[in-house]
Design a protein around this ligand. Structure first.
Ligand code: GAL
Length: 397
């Protein structure tokens, strides 16, 4: 029997929790005789990975499969760089089980080009149970509650907010902050890119909130990786982290239990809404039947309901198909699955700006610049930051 080709996989899953989840995929493929050639490019949010990818494609030697987000997938498809997964997708009925919000990115021109692995979302807060108990024990329901809890944590002598100062992390916080200004506002500003929403009063208010959050961060936040910020909450140095649900992977890897050691809540004021990002494996044009076969096998493995459960339980995300039982998920995972389904039904499911599901890369990067600038004191107030955002997005569109 001819040896099955290996798959070479470019990804940015290098933290403890991420690597544990990736291992579920590696082992699954190994059990089917598919070898794994690893191409990790560290850096949350995947910016460094996308730079490495461009170099590989330019050299005419793309990897088999690449972890990718939202608009980036569409961008590569438009350039004709991606393969075609229609055969496996049709045989397995993906059209019926993958939510439309994901298919919008997994398909180009009617053809399947990527296999969605998960659905993450960004409007979460991860709170130390102990620190919350010492701060009154009540999870914040709205912005004012949040400020009260953060102030108490400060008075209790810990860093209230664990944060890593990197543009994508500040943008991740900002997803939740903007959403807390209202569903319609998030949509107008970040999906429709409406200049008045981007530069107006509510955006100014959102920036004021972001700047307020900055006051709860420790002095050494600049450049810190997101998983090290999670570790600060895990080891009791900090009270909470505003981060997507990949943070849960770090808590689980450290042996921590939801409800016992940590609490997961939606960013106050965003209950009932979800800003999502879905990791997908975009499949590149590779030469040779054996390679294409391995690629299709990888895609098929990823979409299997059993794998979707096993992988997402470890990763912190929820399944990319609607028919996977929540039985094996912990309480945060069960909540994530329920929130996603409800938001999808109620029209309150939105693509994450920070993670490439709201707008193409040029706009996302323009938003990153202004948001990071605001977090680092570049603007005198929210009004000035909002005006800068409207101009930056207009120039990038
Ligand atoms: C996101 C990605 C997640 C997680 C995170 C931090 O963009 O969708 O899977 O890995 O970055 O690295």
């Amino acid at each position: 029997m001819a040896k099955a080709a290996d798959v070479e996989v470019l990804h940015w899953w290098t933290s403890g929790g991420e690597a544990a989840a990736l291992n579920v995929l590696k082992e699954d493929l190994k059990s089917k005789g598919i070898g794994w050639v690893d191409m990790p490019v560290a850096g949350g949010g995947g910016e460094a990975a996308m730079t490495a990818l461009r170099a590989r494609v330019t050299a005419g030697n793309p990897p088999t499969a690449v972890q990718m987000l939202g608009f980036d997938i569409q961008d590569w498809a438009q350039q004709g760089a991606l393969g075609n997964l229609d055969a496996v997708a049709t045989a397995e009925g993906w059209d019926k089980v993958v939510p439309a919000a994901l298919q919008r990115f997994s398909k180009y021109d009617g053809h399947w080009i990527a296999a969605p692995v998960n659905v993450h979302s960004t409007n979460w807060i991860w709170i130390s149970k102990d620190a919350l108990d010492k701060a009154g024990g009540k999870a914040p329901q709205n912005w004012d509650d949040l400020v009260v809890v953060l102030d108490k944590m400060k008075a209790n002598g810990i860093t209230p907010l664990a944060h890593g100062g990197q543009p994508w992390q500040e943008a991740t916080i900002f997803d939740g902050v903007v959403l807390s200004e209202g569903n319609d506002f998030y949509k107008k500003a970040f999906i429709d890119l409406d200049p008045e929403a981007l530069g107006g009063k509510q955006m100014a208010d959102a920036f004021d909130r972001l700047m307020k959050l900055r006051t709860y961060v420790d002095d050494n936040f600049s450049g810190r990786d997101w998983n090290l910020a999670s570790a600060m909450v895990i080891n009791g140095q900090a009270g909470m982290q505003i981060m997507g649900d990949w943070a849960k992977g770090e808590f689980l890897k450290a042996g921590k239990k939801p409800g016992v050691d940590f609490v997961c809540i939606r960013f106050p004021g965003t209950q009932g809404s979800v800003t999502f990002n879905s990791d997908q494996f975009a499949m590149f044009n590779v030469q040779g039947d054996d390679k294409q076969k391995a690629q299709a096998q990888m895609a098929s493995s990823i979409e299997s309901p059993k794998f979707q459960s096993a992988f997402n339980v470890v990763k912190g995300s929820v399944p990319a198909r609607t028919d996977v039982p929540d039985t094996d998920f912990d309480d945060c995972g069960k909540k994530g699955i329920k929130d996603l389904a409800e938001a999808n039904t109620n029209g309150t499911l939105f693509g994450s700006m920070a993670h490439g599901h709201a707008a193409p890369a040029a706009v996302k990067n323009a938003v990153y610049d202004v948001v990071t600038g605001a977090f680092n004191g570049k603007y005198k107030d929210g009004t000035e930051a909002a005006q800068a955002l409207a101009s930056a997005v207009a120039a990038a569109k």
